[in-house]
Design a protein around this ligand. Structure first.
Ligand SMILES: Cc1ncc(COP(=O)(O)O)c(C=O)c1O
Length: 389
């Protein structure tokens, strides 16, 4: 049976798949059906935070799987409560709502911001515009596509959810202007625009936006779906910027490989969601929550130091290297702008046994946070050769 043929025949044609069939993995190594080895610098797009089939994570998940796989949110379950406690204690946020993906986490954040605004205005609706940034990416549901500040996503599926306006990244004046011109309730942004080309926002801009939110009674929502969970060298990326968001969303690496996301609610919005105002069948499922709890517990100072060390190594090796225009990003969320087309570089790398991703005109690196140094050196060596052409 030719699996690639079956896939092409029976699966909706939404993905441009690389010509590789992965069958297993261990840590930062993946293997295809012929047993060929690859060094993974993509982690399934920032998901396999400790690599493939990590023993600690597998144990946490399988222990829970063999006890109780699901109960529904009509009942209490231990992993969900322990995970929420861990998140709140580590971030200072006050309450958590669990969903299944990044887009759902952002949907929940948008709902929370709009309900908070309606509650504040004694039930009067209309004060609900959310400012997001151009070049952002917030998901693929109809509402999170609306939130995404890229025209290319705003076609084919009309009508989109209204109430989003788009400011320029690092353009404080455009944020001010939108606040003046609209009846806003929140600003929502990624601190490193991942799908938009791995571009970190300027610290001053982020601090200015936080101050504008405070002065104008707007909520600050930070989308940490990709940047979160140790990826940028802090537990959450906002911790690099010296700000305190009102709402933080995350997913991807949070579950270590299982579908779970969450929205964390700060002091102002901790009581916004009331009974039946939001819900999810699978959200915070015990197996996913047990996996996420084991992930979050392992993101300690030592691991984060290791993330920063690996990041420095990649930046120092590739900055100014032959065929490299620039290196951007934070921690282990890095974008390499090659002289050659990024797609060509990624394709050649995979032929040479190195998995990397692309984002816009960049080669995007999102390795496991504990990628072994010898594997990293070997993969970056191959990538350098491919970049040099
Ligand atoms: C910043 C950001 N937000 C939201 C999403 C959507 O996440 P999901 O695909 O889990 O719905 C992504 C996915 O790439 C993302 O990078």
């Amino acid at each position: 049976m030719d699996i690639k043929e079956l896939d092409r025949e029976y699966i909706a044609d939404t993905y441009s798949r690389a010509d590789v069939l992965f069958v297993e993995g261990k840590g930062s190594y993946l293997y295809d059906e012929q047993g060929r080895e690859y060094i993974d610098l993509g982690s399934g797009i920032a998901v396999n935070i400790f690599g493939a089939a990590d023993d600690v994570w597998v144990n946490a998940v399988t222990r829970q799987l063999s006890k109780l796989q699901h109960a529904s949110n009509l009942y209490y379950t231990e992993p969900q409560a322990l995970l929420a406690k861990e998140l709140c204690e580590r971030t200072g946020m006050k309450k958590v709502f669990f969903g299944n993906s990044g887009a759902e986490a952002n949907e929940a954040a948008i709902k929370a911001a709009r309900k908070y605004s309606t509650d504040r205005h004694n039930g009067e609706t209309g004060h609900n515009t959310i400012i997001t940034l151009k070049n952002s990416f917030h998901g693929r549901t109809v509402t999170t596509l609306s939130a995404t500040g890229q025209d290319v996503f705003h076609k084919d599926f009309t009508p989109f959810t209204g109430g989003f306006v788009y400011a320029g990244p690092n353009d404080t004046e455009s944020v001010k202007k939108l606040i003046d011109e609209n009846d806003c309730c929140a600003v929502m942004m990624e601190l490193v625009q991942g799908e938009g080309g791995v571009v970190a926002l300027d610290r001053q801009f982020v601090m200015d936006v936080a101050a504008l939110c405070e002065d104008n009674g707007l909520l600050l929502i930070i989308d940490e779906v990709q940047t979160g969970n140790g990826r940028t060298g802090e537990l959450y990326c906002y911790m690099n910027y010296g700000i305190t968001p009102d709402i933080v969303t995350t997913a991807k690496g949070f579950g270590g490989g299982l579908p779970v996301g969450c929205v964390m609610l700060g002091e102002k919005v901790k009581s916004t969601f009331t009974k039946s105002s939001h819900g999810s069948t699978f959200g915070g499922n015990p197996v996913c929550a047990a996996g996420a709890l084991s992930v979050i517990k392992r993101i300690d100072d030592e691991l984060l130091r290791g993330v920063r060390k690996r990041s420095e190594y990649i930046i120092n090796t590739l900055s100014g290297a032959k065929g490299v225009v620039s290196v951007s990003g934070l921690g282990l969320m890095l974008g390499i702008e090659p002289e050659r087309p990024a797609k060509e570089v990624a394709e050649e790398c995979i032929k040479r046994g190195v998995v990397c991703l692309t984002a816009k005109n960049k080669v995007r690196l999102l390795p496991a946070l504990n990628v072994p140094f010898d594997a990293l050196e070997k993969a970056v060596g191959i990538l350098s050769e491919v970049l040099a052409g």
